[in-house]
Design a protein around this ligand. Structure first.
Ligand code: MG
Length: 295
């Protein structure tokens, strides 16, 4: 179940903690977000146009359908659900009363492609990736013409939208280091460019991303969703499971998963459980790590 590449990894995993399949029957599970106050996980089943909810006491149910082919989710600093929608080609926020507010749906007068994944910084700014996966076919959205490059955007707390990274093939998962001095962004554009199956790292010292060197090349499949633990290790989805990568880019080890992993998030009591969306199933495994993501 584990593949150890560095002794540190042996202290991060629990060798008597099983990889549990919590639910199955999805077509492409994605976008997990832990809602600790409701003791549940929300995640997308993109091709089936629904957001699912899994809770340890109640099991599986549908949270929202149709979901506008939602993909990645996170929560803002007020705990509200922030979602990427392929179908709506937009990023939305679900308010406390259940109404949905559009945060971004176009740039320079053109519609976004299909927002994929999203993260919120402690200053309240919302950062999301906008590859074209959701408009390439009718499988995960509505086949449509692409009018914008595949950029990374930042939504200011005042609502202004800014393209902050414009040199990606297909930006996908993204996360900040625990001290927010780094921004990691995965590029999954290998279908279109042979080199693009890596995670890049940007220096956030100035408040805007600088640099962008390749941080780690994923050896199996792609880095789709990524998260960091509280010591700054990067946990990445991959074709053969979940990879753990040290802050210097060294592969420390792998959690082997029997399906292609799309995304991950920390949650559960103490944020020590890693939830894994993997093709048709939802998995979870307890780790000796604590997720650094907000909340
Ligand atoms: Mg993704």
């Amino acid at each position: 179940m584990f593949e150890t590449h560095d002794p540190r990894f042996g202290t991060y995993v629990l060798f008597n903690a099983p990889l549990k399949k919590l639910a199955q029957g999805f077509d492409w599970a994605e976008g997990p977000v832990w809602m600790g106050d409701a003791n549940c996980l929300l995640f997308s089943d993109i091709p089936n146009n629904r957001i699912m909810r899994w809770s340890p006491d109640l099991g599986l149910s549908v949270y929202r359908a149709p979901s506008n082919f939602s993909n990645g989710h996170t929560r803002d600093r007020q705990g509200r659900l922030v979602s990427c929608e392929h179908g709506g080609r937009r990023v939305t926020r679900t308010e406390w009363d259940g109404t949905v507010t559009v945060l971004a749906d176009g740039y320079m007068g053109k519609p976004l492609n299909s927002p994929n994944d999203v993260v919120v910084k402690s200053d309240g700014s919302i950062w999301f990736t906008d590859p074209h996966y959701g408009i390439m076919t009718n499988y995960e959205g509505y086949k449509s013409a692409q009018e914008l490059p595949c950029n990374v955007y930042r939504i200011d707390p005042d609502g202004r939208l800014e393209a902050v990274l414009t040199d990606f093939n297909c930006p996908n998962g993204l996360c900040f280091s625990p001290d927010e001095q780094r921004l990691y962004v995965a590029d999954t554009g290998r279908v279109f460019h042979k080199d693009a199956q890596h995670i890049r790292v940007f220096d956030m010292g100035s408040g805007r991303p600088k640099g962008g060197a390749v941080f780690h090349v994923i050896g199996a499949g792609c880095a789709d969703g990524i998260r960091v633990d509280d010591e700054g290790n990067v946990w990445s989805s991959a074709g053969d499971g979940v990879h753990c990568i040290a802050p210097d880019g060294t592969l420390l080890g792998k959690i082997l998963v029997p399906e292609i992993v799309s995304n991950i998030c920390f949650g559960g009591r103490g944020k020590q459980m890693l939830f894994i969306t993997a093709t048709t199933s939802l998995y979870a495994i307890s780790l000796n790590r604590i997720g650094a993501q907000w909340p």
